[in-house]
Design a protein. Structure first.
Length: 197
């Protein structure tokens, strides 16, 4: 009797191997052969699930983004306004080992998005969703009297997105000088300014 293959599980295992390999060793080390070996499959097995490395990179990026969004959904449950915004930021900032690994993977993929239109589109869409969420929490914060600054919500959202993405770069490039405590201090300072008219 032929062995039944769970294709969904196998595809997920390949994606997990890809993003972890990129996080640990960089995007150049993540060849299709190395990803297959990491996942425990023959090199040819990957082509049944991904047309090429670019398709696998997109899937790995989407996986990390979805995992972050899953944590965000749990963290912001029952919160609104500035409290939801703070909880969101704490899931995006590289404050623990998992988030730091995700940042390593995402930053590696960003460099590819410059030349891969499909990957750039995935990135732009995901960042657009996050920006919309931020704007909504800022509006809630205004309704609750938590946000009193005259700076527009669009500008505030752009500031925060830049801060979050920059924190990922700095955490990888700057070491302990921009570790979790420093990142949280910067976040809290930014949040405290929201209440200033």
């Amino acid at each position: 009797m032929p062995k039944l293959v769970d294709h969904s599980e196998r595809r997920q295992r390949i994606i997990e191997a890809a993003w972890r390999l990129i996080a640990e060793r960089g995007i150049d080390a993540a060849t299709m052969r190395e990803i297959a070996r990491e996942a425990g499959y023959a090199n040819g097995a990957l082509t049944h699930y991904f047309a090429d490395k670019e398709a696998l990179l997109r899937a790995a990026y989407e996986h990390v983004y979805s995992a972050t969004n899953g944590r965000v959904a749990v963290a912001v449950s029952g919160l609104d306004g500035v409290e939801a915004l703070r909880a969101f930021c704490r899931e995006v900032l590289p404050l623990d080992d998992l988030q730091l690994e995700e940042a390593r993977m995402v930053l590696s993929v960003w460099s590819r998005a410059i030349v891969d239109e499909a990957l750039e589109a995935v990135h732009a869409e995901s960042m657009g969703v996050w920006r919309s969420m931020i704007v909504e929490w800022l509006r809630e914060g205004r309704d609750l009297g938590q946000v009193r600054t005259s700076t527009t919500d669009d500008v505030l959202a752009d500031q925060l997105m830049t801060q979050l993405m920059g924190a990922q770069v700095m955490a990888l490039a700057g070491g302990s000088a921009v570790g979790p405590a420093a990142q949280e201090a910067v976040l809290e300072e930014w949040i405290s300014r929201l209440a200033r008219p």
